[in-house]
Design a protein around this ligand. Structure first.
Ligand code: F6P
Length: 316
């Protein structure tokens, strides 16, 4: 039996732990395991490398992905996928394990329809795969944003400032709302909350009137320009304001204990399913309890967390 695996899309802490679990479990069952470099791009360009147990030594705690990752828009085209499928067939690969976020899953759904047997493991800092409670990498990125916002709060407090901080997440507000709860932000603005400048000004004014020494406003990326928002807040309310964009530091660093365990359990289940000839499945989590469902089903709804936004309303 031959299994290939790849990591695709934005990298996430814990991808290496996942690679290690897939490779080691595959070898445990006596399978040949091949890593594909640079995600779907390497699949198209035939960048396969056979992996032994020592190829995944000393990577459990490392951020990023040893296989490399890429985004390949052309993978949406059938002709590009045909090249990838031909490569898999020529090499006699029986199953493909893909590790990534919603874009990776969409590529997997297309490949399955075209006859490739796939298991998809959710790994992205965005937590934007609705079928799983947590994706690999989300909690590590949350730790990073929490540490950064804690530091911003220190200086905001000293200088009596309002800090507007941009958090990653593409179209998903999870990293923002969880950061807001973890850091006691006064406001969190995401696509779920909607964005009204008038509302922001009113809340900042109220904070100022209530004598708050500092304010933290977490804004999800792709909502507004945080630098301009901070300037407008200062102009309209007189509250000294600054902006910070956390950016790519959220994607790097050693995975948390939670992500290492989650990634390991997900990687093991992926191979256990393959052993039973089960495919077209996404591995999903409810906390650290691991299960699986159709890949398509794992993407069928939009991530929505009304309960979390209510928590914030109650404790801010
Ligand atoms: O998907 C992870 C992520 O970091 C998103 O939060 C962000 O929108 C995007 O990737 C950035 O992508 P790129 O690495 O292509 O700039």
């Amino acid at each position: 039996m031959k299994i290939a695996l790849l990591t695709s899309g934005g990298d996430a802490p814990g991808m290496n732990a996942c690679i290690r679990a897939v490779v080691r479990t595959g070898l445990y069952y006596g399978y040949e395991v091949y890593g594909i470099r640079e995600g779907y791009k390497g699949l198209v360009e035939d960048e396969f490398v056979e992996m032994g147990r020592h190829d995944v030594s000393q990577i459990l705690d490392r951020g990023g992905t040893i296989l490399g990752s890429a985004r390949l828009d052309e993978f949406k085209e059938k002709a590009t996928r045909k090249i990838a499928i031909d490569n898999l067939k020529r090499r006699g690969i029986d199953y493909l394990v893909v590790i990534g976020g919603d874009g990776t899953f969409r590529g997997a759904i297309d490949l399955e329809k075209e006859g490739v047997k796939i298991i998809a493991i959710p790994a992205t800092i965005d937590n934007d795969v609705s079928g799983t409670e947590y994706t690999v990498g989300f909690f590590s990125a949350l730790d990073t944003s929490m540490e950064a916002i804690d530091k911003l709060r220190d200086t905001s407090f000293s200088h009596q400032r309002c800090t507007v901080v941009e958090v990653m997440g593409r179209d998903c507000g999870d990293l923002s709302i969880y950061s807001g709860i973890a850091c006691g932000a006064e406001m969190v603005i995401t696509s779920e909350t909607g964005f009204s400048e008038t509302d922001v000004m009113k809340k900042v004014q109220k904070g100022k009137d209530d004598g708050k020494r500092h304010l933290i406003i977490v804004v999800a990326e792709n909502i507004t320009n945080v630098g301009q928002l901070a300037k407008k807040i200062q102009k309209n309310t007189g509250y000294d304001s600054r902006a910070s964009v956390l950016g790519y530091i959220q994607r790097g660093g050693s995975p948390s204990a939670f992500d290492r365990v989650l990634a390991s359990k997900m990687g093991i289940l992926a191979i256990d399913l393959i052993k039973e000839d089960v495919h077209n499945q996404a591995i999903v989590s409810k906390g650290l309890h691991i299960d699986h469902m159709l890949i398509e089903k794992a993407l069928s709804t939009k991530v929505d967390r009304p309960d979390l936004y209510q928590y914030l309303d109650k404790i801010r």
